[in-house]
Design a protein around this ligand. Structure first.
Ligand SMILES: C[S@@+](CC[C@H](N)C(=O)[O-])C[C@H]1O[C@@H](n2cnc3c(N)ncnc32)[C@H](O)[C@@H]1O
Length: 237
């Protein structure tokens, strides 16, 4: 069974990648209690930042491939029922405690799901392009593919997309990577550390033809199509 967070070896790989790329614009989708966010926050150079996208709600965590995905499929309907009855309690306090313990003031949290339409079309300069993206949110095929299409395509040429849990246990994640790599000019290296799959961006992915997404998920957005919207952002304390 995989852990909720990254292993020490996976964290080291992510940190080393940030350092060797000198990545200043780092994205994490699915941050949970901030263990990997903190490691990334500590690794980015001065002037850099980490954008974390996560609804920070236990109800969502239970229902959306969080704890539920570590349990057998037959209990999933039970978990979903439980999640819908839960008050929207949050693990955000633990997230900030962990991140602040790292001592850097460079993390921006967007407290929404990664396929949120307003977020995807936000003109925020924090969201337009990244040097490295770490994807660890919705582990379904549609969710992982949506993250690769919407956010992975915002990684610059020469940058890296790292996907967690790319193992047989999460066949949706593996299939999403395969389908994405068919259309996008990326070099795929599986198992670079633990369950991490690395996609090295070889050419400008944003210039590629956008894919039609299943299930009406968010699609890649051209920079010129961005419109001003409001979104929930937790200001840095
Ligand atoms: C496995 S945990 C992430 C662990 C974290 N990356 C770490 O290394 O400590 C998955 C997280 O993704 C969040 N999540 C699930 N679906 C999501 C989505 N569509 N967008 C953003 N976050 C999502 C869950 O609420 C949970 O916090």
């Amino acid at each position: 069974m995989s852990s909720m967070s990254t292993t020490p070896a996976e964290k080291k790989y992510i940190v080393d990648a940030i350092r060797s790329l000198e990545a200043r614009r780092v994205l994490e989708i699915g941050a949970f209690k901030g263990a990997t966010t903190r490691a990334m926050s500590e690794a980015v150079p001065d002037g850099g930042y980490v954008v974390a996208i996560d609804p920070m709600e236990w109800g969502n965590e239970l229902a959306s491939n969080g704890i539920a995905r570590h349990l057998p499929a037959f209990v999933h309907p039970l978990i979903e029922g439980l999640a819908s009855w839960m008050p929207s309690t949050s693990y955000e306090r633990q997230f900030w405690d962990e991140v602040h313990a790292g001592g850097r003031d460079n993390v921006h949290l967007f407290r929404v799901l990664s396929d949120d339409r307003e977020l995807a079309t936000s003109p925020s300069s924090l969201l337009v392009q990244f040097d490295l993206a770490f994807i660890d949110g919705d582990h379904s095929y549609c969710g992982a593919l949506s993250d690769l299409e919407t956010w992975g395509r915002r990684v610059r040429r020469g940058g890296l997309i790292l996907v967690h849990d790319a193992t047989v246990e999460f066949d949706g994640v593996v299939e999403a990577i395969e389908d994405f790599a068919r259309d996008a000019d990326v070099r795929v290296r599986r198992g670079v550390a633990g369950s991490l799959c690395e996609l090295q961006v070889r050419s400008d992915l944003q210039a590629d033809t956008p894919r039609r997404m299943p299930r009406g998920h968010a699609v890649r957005v051209e920079a010129e199509a961005l419109v001003p919207v409001g979104w929930t952002r937790v200001p840095l304390p």
